[in-house]
Design a protein around this ligand. Structure first.
Ligand code: B12
Ligand code: SF4
Length: 473
């Protein structure tokens, strides 16, 4: 039995005697009494880089802003370090900035070394923080050891380097991830595995098989920060799952965090061949696809659902209107979306008739997109209602830096997101000029008569109140 509350390995073990700290960043208290299930997921960037450092004798401690409920509590944990490392995404930027300031106050000669998505897409915001000594843009796996050994040898802003393939990544040592910080949470967390969030039974293993998506939707910043790299070989993925099952399991289900799992057919064919045979169990998993490729490779998709237990299918439908899909450069059409929905509905019915668990759609939907008319939004809600087994994940469009549309709206002064508040609450207003009240009413079912037009009786009967499906974005 693992001792959840034991401290992680001390930096005094580092041969050079320098004390290094990794700061996991997220909202205060999310590892004490989380605001929601997704807030508890572990950070693969931190896990990977810490693993690489430890394998090279650069020992670190870990602290987490999620594991404390006040800044005062954090202060107590960061005294006496020579360096602090952080992986900063846009939505963790305000917390990371505060952590950097506190670290420097307590350790004036210590170095704050940062990297992550926000360093790449909003460099100016990091540069404006005097407490940050180094900013690494892009991937960090081939530079982290050098900068941790001798940060002074590097300029303030550095271009990171990554491996050509995910085959070159070590298996993450998950015991280097922060622990749940309350007895209550520890009971359901299954550290160093992760808790369930409604997608499959606990304990959950999250992992990545691919990185970066080749499409260029204008609201997304995938292509702007890391170059496409080789996918992790199927056998390494299965080996890791079996390892986790043996050492920390029994594993309940898997979350494949890839931005785009359903790409690269030859990899997927190998997955179909090997996962059901070589894994200790064909654990059900969550993974993402696109409706146009489902339409392009329907047989491959159906086989994946039926033979590999792809139980929760995340699809970025985004909108039910061609006009909006074109504006978003989604390269998927209304017809593609309905093709994928009908296919999943049909496969679900078939599996259910055989007494098997039908797959569920995790439907990513955006509302409040600039230029969207009420009719576009009705079409979107109509599309959501036509999914027979669905967990809708609806968000108000958020103009993130790094995405083409985000940069444009920020430059035009229309973004209401700020470096103080990249995202806080699901119904936060993200843009000027959007009638959010209309969208709140739409989600509450006020326009159900419009939405239900043309829907089959089963879909029409579905409850019209989607307010609870609105997520942080
Ligand atoms: C998995 C994931 C999630 C998971 C888990 C998040 C987590 N705890 O890690 C979940 C589902 C919860 C999630 C949610 C969200 N996510 Co998310 N997510 C991802 C995803 C797909 C993978 C992240 C990952 O693990 N990457 C792999 C690791 C290895 O890469 P990495 O962390 O970037 O680290 C590398 C480098 O950045 C660098 N590096 C990092 N830190 C440091 C530090 C130093 C010192 C150095 C030298 C280098 C370095 O080196 C690392 C190795 O190369 C990314 C997309 C992507 N391609 O990364 C989006 C992404 C990070 N998410 C994003 C967003 C917007 C969100 C949400 C706000 C919105 C939403 N509707 O989904 C929510 C909010 C979450 C919350 N807590 O409230 C955006 C962030 C945009 C931005 N500008 O920051 C991304 C980039 C997706 C996108 N293209 O829009 N997400
Ligand atoms: S929204 Fe999805 S499909 Fe589009 S670029 Fe981002 S990850 Fe790829």
């Amino acid at each position: 039995m693992l001792n959840i509350f034991s401290r992680s390995k001390q930096t005094s073990d580092s041969p050079d005697g320098r004390r290094r700290l990794w700061m996991d960043v997220g909202d205060l208290g999310d590892l004490v009494n989380p605001a929601g299930p997704h807030e508890q997921w572990q950070d693969h960037g931190l896990g990977l880089l810490r693993t690489i450092m430890h394998q090279n004798g650069l020992m670190t401690d870990v602290a987490s802003t999620r594991a404390v409920t006040s800044w005062r509590d954090l202060r107590k944990q960061i005294k006496g370090y020579d360096m602090m490392f952080m992986n900063i995404r846009s939505y963790t930027f305000p917390v990371a900035r505060r952590a950097a300031q506190i670290f420097k106050e307590i350790n004036p000669t210590g170095k704050v070394i940062t990297g992550g998505m926000h360093a790449t897409v909003a460099l100016d915001e990091l540069e404006a923080i005097p407490e940050i000594d180094h900013i690494v843009q892009g991937p960090g796996e081939l530079i982290i050891n050098d900068i941790a050994r001798d940060p002074d040898a590097f300029p303030r802003v550095i271009l990171g380097t990554g491996t050509r393939s995910m085959a070159d990544w070590p298996m993450i040592d998950r015991t280097l991830w922060p622990k749940p910080a309350s007895r209550h949470l520890a009971k359901t967390f299954h550290w160093p595995l992760e808790p369930e969030c409604g997608w499959g039974p606990a304990p959950v293993a999250t992992l990545l098989t691919s990185r970066v998506c080749p499409w260029k939707c204008v609201f997304c910043n995938e292509s702007s920060y890391i170059q496409t790299m080789g996918r992790r070989p199927v056998e390494m993925v299965i080996e890791e799952l079996n390892f986790l099952d043996t050492h920390y399991g029994p594993l309940g289900s898997v979350v494949i965090h890839d931005s785009m799992f359903f790409q690269n057919p030859s990899w997927l064919e190998e997955w179909i061949e090997k996962y059901p045979r070589q894994a200790h169990q064909t654990w059900s998993y969550w993974a993402a696809g696109r409706s146009d490729t489902v339409r392009q490779w329907p047989d491959l998709f159906e086989t994946l659902l039926k033979e590999t237990n792809w139980g929760t299918i995340s699809i970025g439908f985004e909108s039910g209107s061609d006009r909006i899909l074109r504006m978003l450069n989604k390269e998927c059409t209304e017809e593609d979306n309905y093709f994928a929905i009908d296919l999943i509905n049909r496969i679900g019915d078939e599996l259910e008739a055989q007494g098997r668990k039908p797959p569920i759609i995790w439907a990513n939907i955006m509302l409040g997109i600039p230029g969207e008319t009420p009719e576009d939004a009705f079409k979107t809600m109509r599309m959501v209602k036509s999914m027979h087994r669905v967990m809708p994940s609806i968000s108000f469009y958020a103009p993130y830096p790094g995405s083409a549309l985000g940069y444009q709206l920020i430059a035009e002064g229309k973004s209401k997101m700020s470096k103080e508040n990249y995202h806080r609450y699901p119904d936060d207003e993200k843009l000027q000029g959007i009638d959010y009240q209309f969208y709140r009413e739409l989600l509450a079912g006020k326009y159900d008569d419009e939405v239900n037009k043309g829907l089959d009786p089963l879909s029409r009967r579905k409850a019209g109140d989607f307010s609870a499906a609105l997520i942080k974005a």
